[in-house]
Design a protein around this ligand. Structure first.
Ligand code: GDP
Length: 392
């Protein structure tokens, strides 16, 4: 799939920068990307997005210092300067792309406010679908972040064609700070979405057993709402790869006997290996923890060495996924990569029930009520007729 990425705000910019880095290492180029921000230093910190593709907005309002977690200002600045953002996108070229993907942290100011505004304009101007990758804040970041994310997300789901969620709180380790986890979390994001967004592209490694086209990804996401992604990777390299690397003799045979025998077994049954991976992907940690049985549609993708691709394995995996989700539309396929490992991605599209989102909306509601109460308290402090104001 040829994707035009827009990184909005600090988190979004960093993640798109990593997608571009990943693309530079791939045998064929599928991604292009720009970054938009109100903070100059965030834009300067990027490595892979070209300088001309880094757009500083709101200069007259915030003078390059960012909007400081104020997403209403983020949305306003984006609306005021939408023409310059669209011009940069146009100049970068859109004629050959399959989709736009806006990436942003939804709890902050610039990306949180700007993403829904940009999604609306992209949809009005272009025919290609507009997706978002929205990062949810961890509760420990404070209620303002949750409030911002709830407002941004509830607007975004009505503007974007589909919104993928990545939940920072589900992915950071016990005792680890969110900030300290960013690099690791971003690696996880780019790895998963990289497998998904690269599907359907012609590769030097040949074609898959069951080719998946961009239109299948687009049809899977057509239901809108929010989606979550599962991912698993095979731990062992294939037998042939081990032989190539000379790993099957001496030391390997002695020390890794169990692993080697497992490998021979799984090598004989490629279908079982693929089904096992797909199960692990769907039942393991999702980008947004949720009840997968409420997904309306799904997409199963297998990427790895061409010798490990297996049509029967994909077919059986699709049936298994179909038995487990609410809807009946399950698409799938595979594509070869130069990696020695097999990766499985399961897109659980249009989730019907996600406790994390309900929790976020609840926090936002309480926060709003508290803000109203505190405003009333403050104004009542100066109520009363006993003291005359200095002037009317
Ligand atoms: P903005 O620049 O105003 O759009 O706001 P930020 O992108 O800095 O932050 C908004 C949210 O994104 C917060 O919840 C942060 O925890 C989160 N965030 C910031 N940087 C990263 C990052 O590199 N990776 C991840 N996963 N989350 C981030």
């Amino acid at each position: 799939m040829r994707v035009f990425f827009i990184g909005f705000g600090q988190a979004g910019g960093k993640i798109v920068d990593m997608f571009i880095e990943q693309d530079k290492k791939a045998p064929t180029r599928s991604f292009r990307g720009i970054a938009v921000n109100t903070a100059r230093t965030d834009l300067m910190g990027l490595d892979n997005i070209e300088l001309k593709d880094r757009i500083l907005i709101g200069q007259t309002v915030v003078k390059g210092h960012g909007v400081g977690t104020d997403n209403v200002t983020g949305a306003k600045i984006t609306a005021d300067e939408i023409d310059s953002i669209i011009n940069t996108i146009d100049n970068r070229g859109t004629h050959d792309i399959d989709a736009f993907v806006i990436c942003a942290g939804l709890g902050g100011g610039t990306g949180s406010g700007g993403t829904p505004v940009l999604a609306r304009h992209l949809k009005r101007i272009y025919r290609e679908p507009v997706y978002a990758v929205g990062i949810l804040p961890a509760p420990e970041e404070g209620r303002l972040y949750s409030y911002n994310a709830a407002r941004s997300l509830s607007t975004l789901v009505n503007e974007a064609d589909n919104t993928f969620i990545f939940d920072n709180s589900a992915w950071k380790n016990e005792g680890e700070s969110v900030r300290g986890a960013y690099q690791r979390l971003n690696d996880e994001i780019v790895r998963r979405f990289g497998v998904l967004f690269r599907a359907g592209e012609v590769s030097k490694s040949g074609v898959g057993e069951m080719v998946v086209d961009s239109s299948e990804i687009i049809n899977t996401l057509r239901g809108g709402g929010v989606s979550s992604i599962g991912y698993a990777i095979s731990e062992t390299v294939s037998k042939s790869t081990k032989q190539k690397q000379g790993l099957t003799g001496g030391l390997f045979r002695g020390l890794k006997k169990r692993e080697a025998s497992e490998e021979v077994l799984t090598g004989e049954d490629k279908s079982a290996k693929i089904i096992g991976l797909v199960r692990r992907a769907m039942l393991g940690r999702l980008t947004m923890p949720c009840d997968y049985t409420t997904a309306e549609r799904a997409l199963v993708l297998i990427a790895g060495p061409s010798g490990e691709m297996d049509r029967k394995g994909v077919e059986k995996s699709k049936s298994w996924v179909e038995e487990n989700i609410a809807g009946v539309e399950v698409r799938g396929g595979d594509y070869p990569t130069e990696s020695s490992k097999v990766a499985a991605v399961v897109v659980l599209a249009t989730i019907g029930d996600a406790p994390r989102i309900r929790e976020l909306m609840e926090i936002a509601k309480e926060t709003k009520e508290d803000v109203v109460k505190s405003k009333e308290r403050r104004s009542s402090m100066f109520d009363g007729d006993e003291i005359d104001p200095l002037f009317e």
